[in-house]
Design a protein around this ligand. Structure first.
Ligand code: AMP
Ligand code: MG
Length: 391
């Protein structure tokens, strides 16, 4: 049985970023750029008014201006002849007429028919967003390796960029095993439970911007399990198998994987929850056998699966790790590393009820997992621990 840290190391050294592809900018959220982006535009593309007010052909000392026209946002060059001491009504975002050098906000102006006067002395060269002040045509708009956020989708589409080169995201297959499982919406017969790991894992994947997901279901039958896993491996980059990886007579996942020639990198980690965790690969496909117990499956997702997915898609591991203290003493009896579901309040971790690996109710309050190393036997509130923030 290996340690948590060794398991993480094995995963991270066994995978590398996927190849690259072009995607529509509007669908690029969460992808990492594989090529830098050169701007085809100046932004803004022209001198723009930053205010609603009056654009003036500034004349030193003048305390009133004649207003000879109006320019709205979106208007083309109106070829207005604006002499010194004259101006136009203008609105935010509108193109500054060529002879105008400043915009005075309307709050400073008093209009009387075709003339304006001022409540404050007008100033030259203010309230104009200069052409290209954010970026100039031909300049690098974004460097590669940047991860695309909502702000950057706005920035790039604002520059007219329709497609971007990115590192691909993995296609993920989820294989659900278990005779006892009933699909949501169906009647629950005696001895059965509702299947929930698929929905939980899909939600977790979507939360971290992985949405290319295929779902497979099988009963606990060796041939059927093997066939489903085989299809999932063929059709995806990463396969997450739920259940069937323990040592019971009806757990067929390990045997299936071995007979499909999946190379075992580790099986069983000295941790609680999630001891019966399997990680293997075949060619460039990665396979996790996750424990069926929902609390364990989710912990393994956050700690291991998400690390693999991050390397494959060249993004930073998205879970922040922070030093925290427990609010009370804790005696660890398991002899294993533990991931405790805690509620963090101002850096102090309160251990939640319902820690059992079969349970998920702790997530009513839990917002972090606190890591207690296998070598540690007890903790007091003065010792610092790593918390994985699940927000
Ligand atoms: P297993 O790892 O297959 O031995 O399953 C361990 C425990 O998790 C058993 O109590 C299962 O009924 C439960 N379990 C397995 N798969 C699921 C699932 N997809 N949804 C909810 N519970 C599950
Ligand atoms: Mg099972």
């Amino acid at each position: 049985m290996i340690s948590v840290n060794d398991a993480i190391k094995i995963i991270e050294t066994n995978c590398k970023a996927l190849s690259t592809q072009k995607v529509d900018t509007v669908d690029s959220l969460g992808y990492t750029l594989s090529k830098s982006i050169i701007s085809d535009l100046n932004f803004p593309p022209f001198d723009q008014s930053a205010m609603d007010g009056y654009a003036l052909n500034f004349k030193e000392g003048a305390n009133k201006y004649k207003i000879i026209g109006e320019v709205k946002a979106g208007d083309q060059d109106l070829n207005l002849k604006i002499n010194p001491g004259e101006g136009v009504r203008i609105f935010t975002g509108a193109k500054i007429p060529s002879k105008c050098t400043t915009v005075i906000q309307q709050e400073w102006c008093i209009k009387n028919k075709t003339e304006i006067k001022f409540t404050q002395k007008p100033i030259n060269k203010i309230n104009i967003r200069k052409k290209g002040e954010q970026i100039q045509k031909g300049d690098k708009a974004l460097k590669k390796e940047v991860n695309i956020s909502p702000g950057l989708i706005g920035y790039l589409t604002g520059l007219g960029v329709e497609k971007v080169d990115v590192v691909m995201k993995p296609k993920i297959g989820i294989v659900i095993t278990g005779n006892e499982l009933t699909e949501l919406g169906e009647k629950l017969e005696e001895g059965k439970i509702y299947e929930s790991n698929s929905y939980m894992l899909i939600a977790a994947l979507k939360k971290y911007n992985y949405d290319s997901i295929n779902l497979y279901r099988t009963i606990d039958d060796y041939q059927k399990t093997k066939n489903k896993i085989n299809s999932a491996i063929i059709e995806n980059d990463v396969v997450l198998i739920s259940g069937g990886i323990s040592v019971g007579e009806y757990d067929f996942v390990e045997k299936s994987l071995i007979n499909l020639n999946v190379k075992k990198h580790f099986y069983k980690v000295n941790q609680k929850p999630g001891k019966p965790l399997f990680y293997g690969s075949i060619e460039d496909k990665h396979i996790f056998g996750l424990p069926g117990n929902p609390g364990a499956a989710l912990t393994c997702f956050y700690i291991y699966v998400l690390r693999l997915l991050s390397v494959l898609s060249a993004v930073k591991y998205p879970i922040k790790i922070k030093k925290v203290n427990l609010n009370s003493n804790y005696i660890k009896k398991s002899g294993r590393s533990e991931f405790l579901k805690v509620e963090l309040k101002d850096n102090v971790a309160h251990i939640c009820d319902f820690q059992n690996s079969s349970m998920l109710r702790a997530f009513e309050n839990a917002n972090a997992l606190v890591y207690v190393d296998e070598k540690v036997e007890s903790i007091n509130p003065h010792q610092e621990l790593d918390a994985y923030l699940l927000l």
